[in-house]
Design a protein around this ligand. Sequence first.
Ligand code: UT7
Length: 320
Amino acid sequence: MTGRICGTGSALPHLLVTNDDLSKIMDTSDEWISSRTGIKTRHLATEETTTGLAVEAAKKALEDAGITAEELDLIIAASVTADYLFPTLSCEVQGAIGAVNATAFDLSAGCSGFLFSLATAQAYIQSGICKKALLIGAEVLSKIMDWEDRSTCVLFGDGAGAAVVCADEEGIRSIIKGSDGAKGMALNCKNRPVNNPYQKNQAELSYTYMNGQEVYKFAVRTVPQCIEEVLQNAQMNAEDVDYFIVHQANIRIIEAVAKRLKQPMEKFPINLTECGNISAASVPILLDTVNRRGMMHRGDKIVLAGFGAGLTWGAAALTW
Ligand code: UT7
């Protein structure tokens, strides 16, 4: 038995903000953002919450999979911007959709969160612990951005993606993941400071910090390596792959991956142009877009890859 992705869903906030809109409130330009990253617009939450977006994506994924919430026995949500420290986002989703037979927990692995969730669900399925899992990547990153730091806030967006993974004969052929905690501070956001009767701190809010060039170098080195490794484990060649669904951080990173794998950019669907970087939600949102456009057919070979805070990375090779 292996895990097979049998349904996808996604949700985006209604407000669409262009690069030109941002250039009216900070010292930036469409020219800088487009040429350095490929990003043109991003959806930003106004009324929407991380939980609300996650629930909408989850309901669509269940409908696409043709199963009820009661059939789920596992829910994993990956997010760095859940609405509450507790209860977890996954428990909130469980309550909202009525998945009364599921165990729900959250997983934090930055932008690799969806790949880490997929690897966890796969281990549960292969060991017989569960048969039907709901995986969610959901972020409202705009709430942890410093809107006076143009080097980070223009890059990120908000949204949620979800996938149902069921035990089946065919599906995930290989999945790998890794982390390098020694480089963690290259991309960080502090939690609340200690503040108790014995250690008084001025409670200052922390926002996202990124050493863009360090993360960029890490990504162009690590992503092709982990895709090559997962393909080798799955006994597949890059030429066999129909689509590479890669974390959407920067078009130049994706172009570098395509070049290193000697594969055409047509095999790399893109949504960062519209959505920017949505961390753990980026891969499942793109997967849902490609699925709903009818671009994937049963039997197609797909590679998923994520990378980001931690630093972390992961890749999966699967049959659709
Ligand atoms: O999902 C997590 C993974 N994250 C990533 O993969 C991100 C990886 N890194 C990157 O994609 C790129 O490093 C960035 C897009 C973040 C930055 O591109 P860069 O080519 O590395 O630019 P830079 O940081 O070296 O900045 C170049 C210049 C600086 O000006 P000076 O010092 O050369 O005068 C910045 O101040 O661009 C300036 N700059 C901006 N200018 C206009 C930085 N942000 C902006 C901005 N608008 N928004």
